[in-house]
Design a protein around this ligand. Sequence first.
Ligand code: ASP
Ligand code: MG
Length: 423
Amino acid sequence: MALIVHKYGGTSMGSTERIRNVAKRVAKWHRAGHQMVVVPSAMSGETNRLLGLAKELAPGKASPSYERELDMLASTGEQASSALLAIALQAEGLQSVSYAGWQVPIRTNNAYTKARIESIDDARVRADLDAGKVVIVTGFQGMDDAGNITTLGRGGSDTSAVAVAAAMKAQECLIYTDVDGVYTTDPRVVPEARRLKTVSFEEMLEMASLGSKVLQIRSVEFAGKYRVPLRVLSSFTPWDIDIHEEAASGTLITFEEDENMEQAIVSGIAFNRDEAKIALRGVPDKPGIAYQILGAVAQANVEVDMIIQNISKDGRTDFSFTVNRGDYAKIMDLLRSSVIKGLGVEDLEGDTKICKVSIVGIGMRSHVGIASKMFRALSEEGINIQMISTSEIKTSVVIDEKYIELAVRALHKAFDLDQPATA
Ligand code: ASP
Ligand code: MG
């Protein structure tokens, strides 16, 4: 007998019919002798619907008191789906109880709409499990020290599930979603994309932050930190498939030293269309320049991704960086109105029609020539590289947006990702 945490995403909870299916699946696991904690998302579309209502009443108004109410509001989505799942489990003949975050309690800081979990008291849940109940814990939410309801940011139910699994030392946390695992790249772009049987935490973290939307990034960080065995799998298999078969399906997010890790050098190709590039030309090359440019960007609360500064010529250099596309106009305005004049920058230009494509793999640590293979594959397609950045386990390039699909396909092929990895 083991303690298992299941998490079901919004699509899996999307109708009473689907909730009934989830209940049957959970009941199967319970009958196989496991203690079950289930963390559901709101029914699909519900969080958007609720936040949309708020927007109708007060468009774009951001203040702590407004955000407090957004969390009061959005948290009801998970409260409803959790209660419905408990009801469906009772209809299956099981004992089941659902708890909102504050009832567990799951304690968070007070950063409304993006709170972080600080601690989870598992006494109440454990007592119910020991009494033979299936316990449903709402995803996405918690309570701050003053007793206010908080939410964890969009997609936050993943993090709730992993945090509950970590706090309760669950044997495994299974994230049920509408895809059957993590793929070498988006199958909508490359039909030959292959499901990975395993992927390391570090690779998953890179892929999540590079735009693969399977898991909320924070949930992967959490799983890595507390070493929670995590599996992504589909909730659209028949609910009554063999439990061992089900437990082995999907993608296992694992630790590097695990011997059943796949041994590919590059595990996946990630891409992101949400960035924009900003270039400052003819920047006087003197101490404090990078700080004055990026300090202003940071003050505006905008995250910077890639940064490039060239070697200077005649006392001047070029300085470019990327930001989220949604922040582009704001940062261009800011640079134009206050920063560049004071610095004596010759020219400011920007481009929103770019994308970032990355190869990710822990094998890059121990193999040479991987980046050059990437650059060759791109050059063979006539794709110009505008920016490059590397880390230990990834290489990213910025290219013209119109080449995104061509680039991803070429790289997928160049690194043999359509072939099963050899162990
Ligand atoms: N319901 C929340 C959202 O839509 C949390 C989640 O689904 O993970 O973002
Ligand atoms: Mg999700």
